[in-house]
Design a binder for this molecule. Structure first.
Ligand SMILES: Nc1ncnc2c1ncn2[C@@H]1O[C@H](COP(=O)(O)OP(=O)(O)OP(=O)(O)O)[C@@H](O)[C@H]1O
Ligand SMILES: [Mg+2]
Length: 366
């Protein structure tokens, strides 16, 4: 038999609650061994999709395939999945050992094997000495690790994680995301991770699935989705973007001018022009971090544009500053690293925009 490629496949999956469709025609694949992230605003259907995969809620239409087997009607306890949800409720009156052993006892694993498996799960989450404690004797981050240990000890085919880090404070959360990725890599288990934190999604995923209103808006490798958003929604949701309507002029060489609605002219690349099929009415997307601000005007070059502007307000972010700028009558935002001090409010500056950083989208609204 050919090697299996997908741990999970959704084919035209729909979920309706009465009149309301929470998930509309979802097609999705989760490759074996991969870390896939669902990212999207509140209510877009992330948890619903995960619950359908887990077997916690039934599927209205379509097929759910786990490891080459249609499992729409297979009950949850026969799916061999590891689950960690946002409220990682451990059993408060059971020891950590018994919390982790729970799923194994249920599967009639013998005592010696249970002891051995619980020990390796505790080692994996780097808490080898807490087996005899109770959950309330652990910190939030430690409890979260135990919830993860409990999910992986059964050697699941797929690990399903619904915002497992959201109850943790910012520092711990960053630590845990490194841990989680390490554990996933060590086990090689296909993982679906739900978050609405974009930096988490970009940092962790092999494949990023951006969802909106019950559909997959865009999926791909994080850097592809980030650099080539397929819609204004994705461009805006991932990071901060300047988005303007405009028209394309004839290319000359490797670049072409884009005339923005407000009168500013930028350069874009042939590659971008091909992406919109040489259509004339477009929208230009320029990410806030992909514009360089300086006080001097660079010599005009073929592959970059310099636009004079004035800083209206500055958000100081530590290593970065976010500038709100007026240039040629339009409002822009720029996020730049700070060398020593950010530019001050009222400063006259130039924005430098390389042609490759002017991404094009079709002109219609989405
Ligand atoms: N049991 C239910 N009955 C009716 N509607 C529901 C039910 N569960 C979820 N929904 C609706 O389905 C939509 C998707 O919900 P879901 O929980 O999947 O969103 P989500 O993407 O996980 O959001 P969040 O980021 O807030 O967790 C929402 O509009 C929600 O109100
Ligand atoms: Mg949710």
């Amino acid at each position: 038999m050919a090697e299996r490629q997908h741990a999970v496949e959704l084919r035209n999956v729909v979920k309706r609650y009465g009149e309301f469709t929470a998930v509309k025609k979802m097609d999705l694949t989760v490759p074996e061994n991969s870390f896939v992230t669902f990212l999207g605003p509140s209510g877009c259907g992330k948890t619903t999709t995960l619950r359908m995969i887990a077997g916690l809620t039934d599927i209205t239409e379509g097929d759910l395939v786990i490891r080459d087997r249609r499992v729409n009607d297979l009950p949850i306890h026969k799916r061999n999945l590891g689950l960690v949800f946002q409220n990682y409720a451990l059993f408060p009156h059971k020891t950590i050992f018994d919390n982790i052993a729970f799923g194994l006892k249920y599967r009639n694993v013998n005592k010696a094997d249970i002891a051995q498996k619980v020990k390796s799960a505790l080692d994996l989450v780097q808490l080898p000495h807490v087996a005899d404690r109770y959950p309330n004797q652990l910190s939030g981050g430690q409890q979260q690790r135990i919830a993860l240990a409990r999910a992986i000890v059964i050697e699941p085919d797929v690990l399903l994680l619904d915002e497992p880090l959201s109850a943790l404070d910012a520092n711990l959360r960053e630590e845990m995301r490194v841990e989680l990725k390490r554990i996933q890599r060590e086990l090689g288990v296909a993982t679906i991770f739900v978050t609405h934190d974009q930096s988490e999604a970009l940092a962790m995923s092999d494949k990023l699935v951006v969802m909106k209103d019950g559909i997959v808006e865009q999926e791909g490798q994080p850097e592809d989705v980030y650099n080539n958003p397929s819609s204004a929604f994705v461009a805006d949701f991932l990071g901060h973007s300047n988005i303007f309507a405009g028209t394309l002029a004839e290319p000359s060489g490797e670049t072409a001018p884009v005339q923005l609605e407000g009168g500013t002219t930028l350069k874009t690349t042939i590659h971008q022009i091909e992406r919109v099929n040489r259509q004339q009415n477009i929208r230009a997307v320029i990410r806030a971090e992909k514009i360089m601000v300086s006080t001097n005007q660079n010599p005009t070059s073929n592959d970059s544009t310099s636009i004079p502007g004035r800083i209206k307000t500055v958000d100081y972010l530590g290593q970065m500053a976010r500038y709100f700028i007026t240039a040629e009558g339009q409002d822009w935002q720029v996020i730049n690293p700070i060398d020593q001090h950010p530019f001050g409010e009222g400063a006259d500056i130039f924005m430098h925009i390389p042609a490759r950083n002017c991404v094009l989208l079709p002109g219609h609204h989405d």
